[in-house]
Design a binder for this molecule. Structure first.
Ligand code: ZN
Length: 560
């Protein structure tokens, strides 16, 4: 392990003595301020000085070169994935501050790691391994400015960072294309530690509801393992425990239809609808890796102390529940990883992979808590985020309404034995490897039964979104003998991330490599899609593909 000395631009001299646990910036300022980067570093250094069973490290560097710290909390301490494996406990990866202005995840996570690590009594650190990344978007956090500019609908603190990273990318749209160094560092952590559970901490503005926090599982229909388990088993129980043990109401993430026309196809005038199933969003992405993911959204209309308390309580309850269910959760992870391996051995075990989806329009009716908002009788602004002439009342009503909280597949694909990428497409191969996908290279030409995709239509967005023009193709796969040149890259689907491979490489996927325009102007009507399918790996010819390393273009995360 590399020992790093990390320079902080400020602070360092005011650390508490080794015997006193550090306080977070909000705790030290009566919840008027949130932590800056140097505060987080100093806080972690103070924890380190206490000699607790914690491992400190960096997931990688931000765009502006800041080390993005992580801390691993577990009893006994865990420093390597091999240590973690020996303990046979579930690994929970919790990330704060992906959006720089959404600050309470960062501060709640620091406080929680401290409180768990200094506790003398047994707690969740005896049954789970917690990897905390409190300050994921370190550069966005440092762009401190008035909340009225950086986070218009938020109830404090006065100074907060910005949503995007230093490249102006929204990191929670970057999980497929991985254009940001932060995303590549995050993927390297996933590849190295393979956490069983990923929790992404946000703050939501939007509808005036009665919940201290809203949550979401992976919504993508291809998230058949962790997505459904989180939705149907973990989250309902977490909701119950938040109510009974913490006196906090929480609910599925969403907005009232009256506030956001999220469901244009429905005739319902009132309802509650979730957001999006695509894996550009981190928690949806993580479900495609066969694991459990949970999005947590504190309520931006609550003051900072309540948002921190709600996030702290929710993450605590997640850790407890995952600790209790450690055996089931680890076996779920193992089954998810083993399923694509069976694809390679027995065609009977093939399972269709959903690559496009839509919101289910036959919702369930559920009571949703709404805050009564009333007219002020003038055009005054009563608080950030509230429309002119309206004010909150603090009165809540339960309204039974349709809840749109899940997606269904509209296009499924059968996994081939492998996808074959042309020898020149090294950017595609690099990106696959960044996702932790194994790619082999053939050292001779061969012919085999396969499929090629003929493009019938290409639509490329005139607008640049997140640095790229989104693209959609339609067409048809046709079976025929295929000739593959020497140097072709072979991506077998018989590996733990088989589902993700299909989702990323299928040309008609709603959020794959085509979507983010990685193939550029080569996609033309009437032409063949460059990536082809190989239906039978045993007909690959006599040449044996060379195996290459999994991760090549990102610095592996390291402990300090
Ligand atoms: Zn957010």
């Amino acid at each position: 392990m590399l020992i790093l000395t990390l320079a902080c631009s400020t602070g360092g001299s005011k650390r508490p003595g080794p015997a006193s646990p550090p306080r977070t910036r909000p705790e030290a300022t009566a919840y008027r301020e949130t932590s800056r980067y140097a505060d987080v570093r100093n806080f972690l250094d103070s924890l380190r000085a206490l000699g607790l069973p914690l491992t400190f490290g960096s997931i990688g560097r931000s765009t502006e070169g800041r080390e993005i710290p992580y801390v691993i909390a577990s009893r006994p301490a865990v420093a390597t994935p091999a240590d973690a494996k020996r303990l046979q406990r579930p690994i929970v990866y919790v990330q704060g501050n992906i959006h720089g202005g959404e600050v309470e995840g960062k501060d709640a996570l620091l406080a929680l790691v401290r409180d768990l690590a200094i506790a003398a009594r047994p707690n969740v650190l005896d049954s789970v391994i917690l990897i905390a990344v409190p300050l994921y978007n370190a550069d966005g956090n440092e762009r401190f400015g008035p909340q009225s500019r950086n986070r218009t609908d938020q109830n404090g603190p006065e100074l907060v960072g910005v949503r995007a990273n230093a490249q102006s990318f929204d990191l929670n749209r970057d999980y497929v294309k991985a254009d940001a160094p932060e995303t590549r560092a995050s993927l390297a952590m996933f590849n190295t530690w393979d956490p069983d559970v990923f929790v992404d901490l946000h703050t939501t503005n939007g509808s005036y509801h009665g919940y201290a926090l809203t949550y979401s599982p992976s919504l993508n229909p291809a998230a058949v393992f962790g997505g459904l388990y989180a939705r149907d088993s973990l989250l309902p129980l977490l909701r119950e425990r938040m109510r009974t043990r913490r006196s906090l109401e929480v609910f599925d993430y969403g907005n009232f239809l009256s506030d956001e026309r999220a469901v244009p196809e429905t005739t319902a005038t009132e309802g509650w609808a979730t957001y999006d199933a695509r894996p550009r969003f981190g928690t949806n992405y993580y479900g495609l890796r066969g694991r459990i993911a949970m999005l947590a959204e504190a309520y931006s209309h609550d003051p900072l102390d309540r948002r921190i308390a709600a996030t702290y309580a929710f993450v605590s309850e997640i850790l407890s529940l995952v600790g209790e269910r450690g055996g089931s959760i680890r076996s779920l992870s193992e089954r998810a990883a083993a399923q694509p391996l069976a694809w390679g051995r027995s065609p009977d075990s093939l399972q269709m992979v959903p690559v496009r989806s839509e919101l289910v329009l036959t919702p369930v009716l559920v009571d949703v808590i709404r805050e009564v908002v009333e007219s002020t009788g003038d055009s005054s602004v009563t608080e950030p985020g509230m429309k002119r002439g309206l004010r909150r009342t603090g009165r809540f009503t339960r309204v039974r309404m349709p809840v749109f909280d899940r997606f269904t597949s509209t296009l499924d694909r059968i996994p081939p034995a492998a996808y074959v990428v042309p020898p020149g497409d090294t950017a595609i191969v690099r990106l696959l490897r960044t996702h932790g996908i194994r790619v082999d290279r053939s050292d001779s030409a061969w012919s085999a039964r396969g499929e090629a995709f003929t493009i019938d239509s290409v639509i490329t967005s005139p607008r640049v979104f997140q640095g790229r023009r989104e693209t959609r193709v339609q067409g048809k796969w046709d079976r025929a003998l295929q000739s593959f040149p020497s140097g072709s890259f072979i991506v077998s689907t018989a590996q733990p991330l088989g589902t993700l491979i299909v989702y990323l490489l299928e040309p008609e996927s709603e959020d794959g490599f085509v979507t983010w325009n990685f193939f550029g102007p080569r996609l033309k009507k009437g032409e063949k899609f460059p990536v082809r399918k190989l239906l039978d790996m045993s007909r690959r010819g006599r040449s044996r593909p060379r195996r290459s390393s999994t991760v090549v273009n990102s610095t592996p995360p390291r402990n300090e």
